[in-house]
Design a protein around this ligand. Structure first.
Ligand SMILES: C[S@@+](CC[C@H](N)C(=O)[O-])C[C@H]1O[C@@H](n2cnc3c(N)ncnc32)[C@H](O)[C@@H]1O
Length: 256
């Protein structure tokens, strides 16, 4: 009924051409999802038959044809640099990712994490900066876990106090080793994620921010502004392939 109501509304307000264009777009989108869904078992078979355990093996998989289903919204060399830095500290046991979308970074964390790691993803369905993911992807994301690991998928707004409470309940008072912030990219959004979740990270633990590279002024991404503030007070590293690339870039800080 909602679809019919919406169609009549678009027909009245924008005319038959707009209805045809939107119908074509919706059909193309649904066909893409159906085709992606069919490719999921092959990816999981590949992952379990030959689990990537090194940063390079992770990015080789994510940028292979099999990995296209979960290709991250990242610059490959930047993600590989971050994976190396995090894995270089020893395999993390507790990880929180804010912003999962196609699942690529989540796959990366599970690959470099300890065999008994707890990995939490927090992603807002239809959220800005990627749009979240459809429910059919949830079993794939849980399937990234090796035996002994657990992956928890929270589909909620990271800024809600209830989301923080859910994360705390999963962690059962244990601190995070690594926090990846890649959700709401507005200045106030990224700052709020930091203020709410950084206290969960242990001393000397790591926090990474995606999209710290300077973006065109009209882009809604303002992580670079927050990054300049936060890096000033911390031991930090930047992974940016090209300072003029206009997107991406990863900043990593060590909690004091
Ligand atoms: C750029 S994508 C994440 C990409 C992913 N880390 C990767 O590279 O594989 C950003 C995601 O953040 C989610 N998001 C935006 N605002 C959010 C919020 N307030 N709480 C939780 N998730 C949010 C969006 O729905 C989107 O899926």
């Amino acid at each position: 009924m909602r679809l019919l109501h919406r169609t009549v509304q678009v027909l009245r307000e924008q005319g038959p051409v707009a209805v045809a264009v939107k119908a074509g777009w919706t059909i193309r989108n649904e066909l893409r999802h159906a085709s992606e869904r069919r490719r999921a078992p092959a990816l999981l078979r590949h992952l379990h038959a030959d689990p990537p355990r090194t940063p390079q093996a992770v990015t080789d998989l994510l940028w292979s044809p099999a990995g296209a289903l979960v290709r991250p919204d990242q610059v490959r060399s930047e993600l590989e640099g971050l994976l190396r830095a995090v894995a270089g500290e020893g395999r993390p046991r507790r990880i929180l990712e804010i912003g999962t979308h196609n699942g690529g970074t989540l796959l990366g964390w599970s690959a470099i994490a300890a065999d008994d790691a707890t990995i939490i993803s927090l992603d807002l369905p239809l959220g800005a900066y990627g749009g979240g993911y459809r429910e059919w992807r949830a079993p794939i994301y849980r399937g990234f876990a090796r035996a002994g690991q657990s992956i928890h998928l929270l589909r909620a707004d990271s800024h809600e106090p209830s989301s923080l409470r859910q994360v705390e309940a999963i962690l059962r008072a244990e601190p995070l080793d690594f926090l990846f912030i890649d959700g709401d990219h507005s200045y106030s959004g990224v700052r709020q994620d930091y203020q709410m979740y950084a206290p969960l990270v242990r001393a000397s633990g790591l926090i990474a921010f995606h999209d710290i590279a300077h973006h065109p002024p009209r882009a809604a991404t303002q992580v670079d502004r927050f990054w300049r503030e936060v890096k000033a007070g911390h031991d930090h590293t930047e992974f940016i392939r090209d300072p003029a690339q206009g997107w991406a870039g990863i900043g990593l800080i060590r909690v004091q």
